[in-house]
Write a protein that binds this ligand. Structure first.
Ligand code: PXG
Length: 463
């Protein structure tokens, strides 16, 4: 890292942050003792902190900055929109040009059977919308007893009451008596961590069949929907075995239950397809979206609604009592349109599928030869490294799960790259505009970080 300037009053900003700012998903007391890192600028895949250090953004912000940071074109589009119409709502029989244009664009990009969108401001709100919409759909279809929703352990669908409930993060459930009633969870397709002696293929089938078992247990006539991410993101880039989604599809084809595919991370090119559903050949009834929709330039989410759900939601008539002040916000819609225009013009989805995806996958999976790495996996531009105390032994884990991951994450930051730690695995999800040269740098920093972590763990007697 090169320290080029120190123009920001880092210490004063840190002190004020500690005094007044409560950070998300943070032990605030511990953070305040250490102090936040202050990011002041970003450009392309590079962040700059208040001490002038340049850091490779291996997480695209929080899995969202598809087009890279600092694209003037988006700022200009938002500025233009704000000068014309900075805010108006989409309630009470009104709409505005950016909401109309974006809806048309999303219908064009989404799978053929999806032609409508409901807007909100985040992935969590999208899943709250899903929760209410799925139940409303079945009410409208004359089956009000279909209320239960099945999610997966270690799935992530956001941090609101519905998002936390649908997700399967036990630590989150533990705070506030969640999930809310009517939500059930099945096992995740996490072969490396939970596959035991089975082959990935057999494990994929076995764990998919848990869905059929759960449906039988609750009763198909009481179930509204099954919700899942194509590849779990926050859960640790859990790439399901190839057999998993085909088996889930088979199970759902024989049962009258909505499929909700949470595209908040996998949507908008992350897997080299517009949506994760395209990658796995899924036909979701509802698709929550956010993040890459605007590349994070402004907050916006939505739920893409299939023609099937539109039949209950729209064709049957009647009002769905649901909506947000900022549903379809004009400035956010303008940001989304500019973002999607850049993605299409620069063919970023193809770039991930045919060029930078395969390029980075090859180099990232080669990190699997490192003594600390039990598995290196990657699809599209989302990857993970499983850190293990004993290579070749999947059942052996580090004591105090998460400690080694956090150590490695801190070392990575100091080496000039953001990786995210999930348990003791390291995660990357870089901007889709990553160049070959930047991919090489990413892998070089990751390898150095693994080496440095290994030396430290040796010193501590943990490997
Ligand atoms: N669904 C999925 C699949 C997500 O990954 C949400 C819904 C909720 O979106 P909002 O916009 O409400 O945050 C997410 C969000 C992490 C991390 O540390 C992941 C997310 C958010 C914050 C942190 O991996 N995913």
């Amino acid at each position: 890292m090169t320290a080029v300037s120190n123009i920001y009053p880092t210490a004063a900003l840190r002190a004020a942050d500690a005094a007044h700012h409560i950070h998300p998903f943070t032990d605030t007391k511990a953070l305040n003792a250490e102090g936040s890192r202050i990011i002041t600028h970003a450009d392309g895949v590079w962040l700059t902190d208040s001490d002038g250090n340049r850091i490779l953004d291996g997480m695209a912000g929080l899995w969202c900055v598809q087009i890279g940071h600092g694209r003037q074109e988006v700022a200009d589009a938002v500025h233009r929109q704000m000068s014309e119409l900075s805010y108006y709502n989409t309630f009470f029989k009104t709409t505005h040009p950016p909401a109309v244009a974006l809806s048309e664009k999303l219908a064009e990009l989404a799978p053929a059977h999806i032609n409508r969108v409901f807007y909100c401001s985040s992935g969590s709100e999208a899943n709250d919308t899903v929760f209410r919409m799925a139940r409303f759909y079945w009410d409208q279809m004359g089956k009000p007893e279909k209320k239960a929703i099945i999610g997966r352990w270690n799935g992530y669908h956001g941090s609101t009451l519905a998002g936390t409930s649908l997700g399967g993060m036990k630590a989150m459930h533990g705070q506030g008596d969640l999930p809310v009633p009517g939500v059930h969870h099945i096992d995740q397709p996490y072969w490396f961590g939970e596959g035991g002696d089975m082959s990935p293929e057999d494990f994929g089938i076995q764990v998919a069949r848990k869905l059929a078992e759960k449906i039988d247990e609750i009763g198909e006539d009481k179930i509204a929907a099954f919700i899942a991410e194509p590849i779990q993101g926050a859960g640790g880039v859990i790439i399901p075995p190839e057999t998993y989604w085909p088996e889930i599809k088979k199970i759902l084809a024989e049962r009258d239950i909505l499929l909700v595919v949470d595209e908040v991370i996998c949507g908008f090119g992350r897997l080299g397809t517009w949506f994760g559903s395209d990658y796995y050949g899924l036909e979701p009834d509802l698709m929550p979206i956010a993040k890459g929709l605007t590349s994070g330039y402004l907050p916006m989410g939505g739920v893409l609604v299939s023609d099937r759900v539109a039949e209950g939601l729209i064709d049957k008539g009647g009002e769905f009592y649901h909506g947000y002040t900022y549903s379809g916000h004009p400035a956010c819609a303008a940001a989304a349109l500019a973002n999607l225009e850049i993605m299409q013009r620069e063919k970023l989805v193809d770039y991930v599928a045919d060029d930078i995806g395969p390029y980075l996958q090859k180099r990232w999976t080669a990190l699997g030869d490192h003594p600390l790495v039990g598995e290196a996996r990657m699809k599209g531009l989302m990857g993970a490294l499983e850190l293990v105390p004993e290579k070749g032994n999947r059942s052996k884990k580090f004591a105090n799960e998460g400690t080694v991951g956090t150590l490695c994450r801190d070392i990575s930051f100091n080496n000039g790259m953001v990786m995210r730690a999930v348990r003791d695995s390291m995660i990357i999800s870089p901007p889709l505009v990553l160049s070959h040269d930047e991919a090489d740098q990413l892998v070089a920093i990751a390898r150095k970080t693994l080496d440095d972590t290994y030396v430290e763990l040796k010193r501590q007697g943990k490997v």
